[in-house]
Design a protein around this ligand. Structure first.
Ligand SMILES: [Zn+2]
Ligand SMILES: [Zn+2]
Length: 391
């Protein structure tokens, strides 16, 4: 079965909703217009219940089948990024400095498309929870929804997520067993030395030199302390200190990111980095304060749940277009919080139409509207396969 015909019939309508969302992007936890629009659409489609207010702007729509049965959750994210759009499209962002550069406008639209079809046809038994979550990018809206009782209020056996992927051919699905997206930590380092004349380093403690030792040693941690078979990376991405040719500054600040899959690697990176930064600074007569904040856990697919996701994807796209990923990605996803709470499957839907299409988080990226009915059909087929009539 390819794309569901009834869903193909409202491809134009979905394209309109998606471009409207694209023109009006909103940052995490501030998706007020988006949330209102989602609620209005769900009401228009005749969804049975609409629950607003989870994690502020989050929305859960409930669609009941013809008879009682199991329950599953389908998730879309709604937030945009602090990026100035450079696409020049007629429906480009009208909100300066904010852009739907990760395709969450498309994710929201695909789940709305599925909602319309499911509410109209109800070819299933049981309950579908449509989860529209805020703040995926950095604030962990999924974690907030879980802490606010998402799974107590809406008891579901499994939960499913999907992300568009411009590196893969449009309409192809990519899957991976086990860890699929990395865990992430944000690292802040404040090094305090003692300022001096650049010609008289012996009268001060040079925090720039200390920072250099910490940067080098951090890569030793990844290369020499971590099992080389295990995935893990630590990148110091920002450094600031001093302002001119001949003044040794008093302080240097650094920011960085760590990514990993196995919990033991996460512990090694955290404890190892804190120990070496403070130890190196201390041994050189400076002081380093490290704030190491774990943000999202790894997104781990549950094998039986992933098998169900693959079966649905194969029904929509054909088996040849549902492909295993060669490796997990070091990108992160707050869907991880849902996957910690319930058996879950997170898959990627290819969006590439041309070889030079921009990747997500790029100012010239745009969600590919051609895949709207593919994603919406995937959700609908997943429901009809998992919650069959008379099942
Ligand atoms: Zn993103
Ligand atoms: Zn995203």
């Amino acid at each position: 079965m390819p794309i569901i015909n009834r869903i193909a019939e409202f491809h134009d309508a979905m394209t309109e909703w998606r471009r409207d969302l694209h023109a009006h992007p909103e940052l995490g936890l501030a998706e007020h217009r988006t949330s209102s629009l989602v609620q209005a659409k769900l009401r228009e489609f005749g969804v049975d219940e609409i629950h607003a207010g989870l994690a502020g702007t989050g929305v859960v729509g409930v669609v009941r089948g013809r008879d009682p049965g199991g329950a599953i959750g389908l998730r879309a994210d709604m937030d945009a990024l602090p990026i100035a759009e450079e696409t020049g499209l007629p429906y480009a962002s009208q909100n300066a400095g904010v852009m739907h550069a990760c395709g969450h406008d498309g994710h929201t639209t695909m789940l709305l498309g599925a909602a319309r079809y499911l509410a109209e046809t109800r070819n299933f038994d049981g309950t579908v929870y449509l989860i529209f979550q805020p703040a995926e990018e950095t604030q962990g809206g999924a974690g907030i929804m879980v802490r606010e009782g998402l799974f107590d209020r809406f008891p579901m056996e499994r939960v499913f997520g999907m992300h568009n992927w411009p590196l893969a051919t449009q309409g192809n699905f990519l899957w991976r067993d086990g860890p699929v997206m990395a865990a992430v930590a944000n690292i802040d380092v404040a090094i305090t030395g003692r300022g001096a004349h650049g010609a008289q380093p012996h009268l001060g403690v040079d925090p720039v030199f200390v920072a250099a030792q910490i940067i080098s040693a951090a890569q030793g941690l990844v290369a020499r302390s971590k099992d080389p078979i295990e995935g893990g990376v630590l990148s110091l991405c920002h450094i600031a200190g001093g302002h001119t040719y001949n003044v040794i500054p008093e302080t240097v600040r650094m920011m960085g990111t760590a990514r990993w899959f196995a919990p033991a690697v996460g512990d090694l990176l955290e404890h190892g980095f804190v120990r070496l930064a403070s130890g190196i600074a201390d041994s050189l007569g400076a002081r380093a304060e490290v704030t190491y904040k774990r943000n999202y856990p790894a997104t781990v697919n549950d094998a039986p749940t992933l098998a169900l996701a693959r079966r649905a994807a194969e029904a929509v796209a054909g088996a040849a277009r549902v492909q295993p990923m060669a490796a997990p990605t070091m990108g992160s996803e707050d869907f991880a919080f849902f996957a910690e709470a319930r058996p879950a499957a997170f898959i990627l839907l290819g969006g590439r139409a041309h070889p030079d299409d921009a990747m997500v988080h790029h100012p010239r990226y745009d969600f590919n509207d051609a895949i709207l009915p593919v994603g919406a059909s995937y959700w609908a087929v997943l429901v009809e396969q998992m919650l069959p009539r008379g099942g």
